[in-house]
Every structure is written in C-alpha cells, then in structure tokens.
Design a protein around this ligand. Structure first.
Ligand SMILES: Nc1ncnc2c1ncn2[C@@H]1O[C@H](COP(=O)(O)OS(=O)(=O)O)[C@@H](OP(=O)(O)O)[C@H]1O
Length: 311
C-alpha cells in the first residue's frame, strides 16, 4: 500500500485548543500518549501550537478486507471527510504485530479531535483467524468495513500483483488446479481461499453482530463511488459530505479519481499499482472458478442480505 501520511491538523487546531483532549471511552485502559515533544527549534514557535493538537485514539472503525477489493480507494476517498483521520500505511497489528500491544498500535494513529473518527485498513484481517477476537477485545463496538469484489476477478487481481513482484511464478491456471483434468481446485492457494467470503465471515459473526459490519461492493465503488461512500458515511454516523461532486472519471486511468485529494487542491488518482492490467485467463478456467464460488457466494448474499451480482 502507499505510505501517505495523515492529515495536517491545521484546519482543526482551534477546536482542539478549545475542547481539549478527547475522552477514551469503552476501551481497556491504555496509558495516555504523552503530547508530542517538538524538535527544539519548534518549541515556542507558532508551529508548536499546530503540531501537538488532539490525541491519538484506537480506531473506532477498521477496513478489514478484502485484499484486492478496493480497500485503498475506499480509505483514500473517506479521508476527504473532515471527521475522518486515517493511518496511511497498513498497520498489520491484529495479524502480524499483536504482541507489540495496544499502546504501540495506538501510537501509530494520527491525532484526532473530539468527534473525529480514527481509521486504518489492513485487508488481511478478514482472513486472519485471530483477528475477530482480538479486535473485539480492543473494543466490541469497533465498526468493521469489508470491501468485497467478485472472487474470481479478485483472485486474478491477487495473482497479477504477485506476478508483478515475481514474474517467474507458474501460470494462473496451473496454480488454480490441483488436477487440471478432473478440474479439482486447489483451495489451499491463498488467491482462491480469500474469496470464500462466507467461510471467513462465519468467524467474524462469532464475535460481532452483522449490523456492526458494512459490506461495500468493490464493483460499485468503481461504477458509483459517491453512492457507496454515502452508505459508508451513514454507517459511520458521519454527515454525508463526500458526494458525486468529489469525483471525476479519469479516462486514461479507467477509474474514478478525486477532483481534490485530501489536503490538496489537485486532482488525484490512485497509483500505478491500483488498476493493473490482468493477464488473459482461459474462459473454461474462469467458468470452472465461477462454478466453484457460486454456492459460497449465494451463502454470502444470504448472510449479508445483499446480492452482489457476481452470479
Ligand atoms: N478509484 C480506483 N482507482 C484504482 N483502483 C481502484 C479504484 N477503485 C477500486 N479499485 C480497485 O482496487 C483494487 C486494489 O484493491 P486494494 O486497494 O484493496 O488492494 S490491496 O489489497 O491493498 O493490495 C484494484 O485492483 P486491480 O484492478 O486488480 O489492480 C482496482 O480494481
């Protein structure tokens, strides 16, 4: 993912100054983060005033998946909202760094003022067995967002990403099948496994009510970003500030882009690693995969009460 940094807290300093620290509610006690200690040359300069406003909070909402679903686009679009502050890089706390503890995790977060929501995205959480219990232990009120995409194109997208890093890997077809002639699919291949959404969701539903999860259509995030962002803002209890006026369709990129990026006045599309050209996959292989996913997709539609239209 990209390493964009958090918002400059410039717009918010006055309310932070007046309101003071945000209360930390319904969470396990974590020692408070001490105010930022500015570099010596900044002390007593006007910049000092700006640099330390707000406090770091554990995230109230997390984009937990899915890998290649459109998670970066969703987070970049949400950051346009003045009441959303997000970590740029993927923290991977609940899968890779859990032993570092919640204080470490919170220290990664940007400073926020009262009423602002702290967010992060790490798409691998959705398929991490320990993640639901761990996030629930942080706060059972955490709102969870999952960007889902047709599992077949998701698998091809995943493969395309690996291929871009390691051009010598076997073909998509040969990785898909355990046995090409019987058409037996290798469900242990992560590119296939991740797309069995219903199975992964079952684990989350042991720890969270379905109403605390929002499922965003990766396809609609491309065809109607403002519509999906409307649902997300409602879910997060935010005023609908991000609307169709914020987007334009960039024909060269082939994707919706922001007219103005967060903290800038210039148009902004996602980088080259988002929207890669996929290799051509034989139709029979795609068909076999569609068949494979169909029952899991139908189960997923049933569980979420939402037909994503992949079948
Ligand atoms: N607006 C916009 N611009 C560019 N790309 C967009 C956009 N909206 C969604 N997408 C789709 O996002 C896919 C990458 O998903 P993620 O960001 O979740 O990938 S990752 O898991 O963080 O690597 C990426 O997948 P690929 O097309 O396979 O590269 C895109 O299809």
């Amino acid at each position: 993912g990209c390493l964009a940094l958090g918002k400059a807290p410039v717009f918010a300093w006055c309310s932070g100054f007046l309101v003071g620290r945000t209360a930390c509610h319904s969470r396990r006690p974590v020692p408070p983060t001490p105010p930022q200690s500015p570099a010596p040359f900044l002390r007593s300069s006007p910049l000092h005033f700006f640099s330390g406003s707000g406090t770091k909070q554990l995230p109230q909402a997390i984009i937990i998946g899915v890998k290649k679903g459109g998670t970066r686009a969703l987070l970049e679009f949400l950051r346009v909202h003045p009441d959303v502050r997000a970590v740029g890089a993927e923290p991977h706390f609940f899968d890779r760094s859990y032993d570092k503890g919640l204080a470490w995790y919170r220290d990664l977060m940007p400073r926020t003022l009262d009423g602002q929501i702290t967010m992060e995205k790490t798409p691998s959480y959705f398929v991490t067995r320990e993640a639901p219990a761990r996030i629930s232990a942080m706060s059972k009120d955490t709102k969870l967002i999952v960007v889902v995409r047709d599992p077949v194109t998701r698998a091809i997208s995943d493969y395309t990403q690996t291929l871009s890093k390691r051009p010598d890997i076997p073909t998509f077809e040969s990785l898909t099948f355990k046995n090409r002639s019987t058409g037996l699919i290798d469900t242990s291949w992560s590119a296939i496994q991740i797309g069995i959404y219903a199975k992964h969701l079952e684990h989350w539903l042991r720890h969270f009510p379905i109403g605390q999860m929002l499922f965003v259509s990766g396809e609609r995030l491309i065809s109607d970003p403002a519509g999906e962002l409307g649902r997300v803002q409602d879910f997060l209890g935010l005023k609908r500030i991000i609307t169709d006026k914020h987007f334009y369709f960039n024909k060269t990129k082939g994707f919706p882009c922001l007219k103005k990026a967060e903290g800038s006045s210039k148009p902004h599309c996602l980088g080259k690693t988002k929207g890669r050209t996929h290799p051509e996959i034989a139709q029979e292989v795609v068909q076999r995969l569609r068949e494979f996913y169909r029952p899991f997709n139908l189960k997923f539609y049933q569980m979420t009460g939402h037909d994503f239209g992949w079948d």
